[in-house]
Design a protein around this ligand. Structure first.
Ligand code: PLP
Length: 399
């Protein structure tokens, strides 16, 4: 009998398809040379970190006594950082938050885990829209919660309200939405947000208890075509925002984000008080202190999203020329492509073995029949991949 828990054994057996493809890309790069493979597998930001942030980090090191800077703090984070974020949101979105509405976290991942730690009893359900970031399943099962899946809604991948209504049961404690979306790149418009809020209000009424809207927003600032993404607390009171600076500042390794709970949410003050226990209970204690002090100085700084936008336009035009059907990507740095055969894993292997194109299977997002391409890559690589992508489409009779 193994000492490893059954849940961890299950994770070991299923592995991470995304990480496996990333490792495969590295192996092929060694074998054929990096310039001869087209690796679209991983969502690792590749636009430069804004110089203001590097300056801010240097300033922070000079400004603070090092024991104070690097020491323990209140679990939800430095008060001045939380207040600066609240002020910045209020200025940008006309909201009315205070520092106390925010708990600094170890990225968006930790913010979601803290939210679930606070909300879930064993057996409680959390609904997610397929395709979705598969880590959600792990986050939910940490607390013996049950993931329920709203089926995908191709070709737009906008949430379908009847499907949402049918997925919510009396056991549903929360739903998670993620827009701009990984893996589709789709951005929900304001009407869609209003519709989701209306369904949740209706289900709260029906089942007689709050249902939280957990909004996973690491890609909030990566939006194209002049779109704007509204601030969700304005539409639905029982909202928890899980934000991250990983993508907008190109610093995923630094692990900094926050959880925001508005005063209007049910039991908001108890939830906010619980963040201190929750962040300790999941073993993080507090968000990285140096980063808290640095990001508060540069809350309007952004990595150059034009670089992603340019990549997006080129890749989508190549995919169209090759004959592929693509969901309209208006945010994040992913495109979701329908595979010409039902077995997306077979298609992923074919693209890798014949053209050294490394892509992720849709099955890794609970949506077989599709693949994801991450375009946070060199523009020149996309240009170079063009002929291979066109030939790949031709092999399947698409052009
Ligand atoms: N949610 C989604 C949809 C993501 O794609 C990611 C990271 O890629 C995360 C959450 C985790 O974000 P962070 O690394 O900031 O914790």
């Amino acid at each position: 009998m193994s000492v490893i828990s059954k849940e961890t054994q299950r994770l070991l057996a299923t592995g991470s398809t995304l990480r496996d493809m990333f490792e495969e890309g590295k192996r092929l790069a060694k074998q054929y040379g990096r310039e001869n493979i087209y690796d679209f597998s991983l969502g690792n930001p590749n636009t430069p970190v804004p110089e203001e942030l590097n300056d801010a980090i240097r300033q922070v090191l000079d400004e603070y006594d090092s024991l104070t800077l690097h020491g323990y703090m209140s679990n939800p984070g430095f008060e001045d950082t939380r207040q600066a974020i609240a002020d910045n949101l209020n200025e940008r979105f006309g909201t009315n938050f205070a520092g106390k509405n925010i708990c600094m976290t170890v990225g968006a991942a930790n913010a979601i885990v803290i939210a679930l730690k606070i909300l879930l009893d064993p057996g409680d359900e959390v609904a997610v829209f397929a395709p979705f970031f598969l880590e959600y399943r792990n986050y939910i099962s940490n607390f013996c919660g049950v993931t329920t899946v709203v089926p995908p809604n191709p070709p737009t991948f906008m949430p379908d309200m009847d499907a949402l209504r049918n997925t919510i049961t009396e056991k549903t404690k929360a739903i998670i939405i993620n827009t701009p979306n990984n893996p589709t790149g789709v951005v929900y418009d304001e009407q869609t947000i209003r519709n989701i809020a209306a369904v949740l209000e209706e289900c709260q009424e029906k089942y007689g208890h709050p249902i939280f809207l957990i909004s996973d927003e690491p890609y909030r600032e990566l939006i194209y075509d002049g779109l704007e993404y509204p601030f969700l607390t304005k539409y639905y009171a029982n909202t928890m925002i899980c934000y991250s600076f990983s993508k907008c500042l190109s610093i995923p390794g630094e692990r900094i984000g926050y959880l925001l709970v508005p005063d209007e949410a049910a039991e908001s003050q108890d939830i906010l008080a619980s963040t201190a226990n929750a962040i300790r209970a999941v073993g993080c204690v507090n968000a990285p202190s140096l980063q808290q002090k640095a990001i508060m100085k540069v809350l309007n700084a952004r990595s150059d999203t034009h670089i992603y936008d340019r990549n997006r336009q080129l890749l989508v035009s190549i995919l169209h020329e090759a004959g592929f059907e693509v969901a309209n990507p208006q945010g994040a740095f992913y495109v979701f492509v329908k595979t010409p055969v039902p077995d997306d894993k077979e298609f992923v292997s074919y693209a890798k073995d014949n053209y050294r194109i490394i892509i992720s299977s849709g099955a890794a997002f609970d949506c077989p029949g599709y693949i994801r391409m991450a375009y946070c890559v060199e523009y020149a690589m996309i240009e170079k991949a063009k002929d291979s992508i066109i030939k790949l489409g031709k092999d399947y009779g698409l052009n």
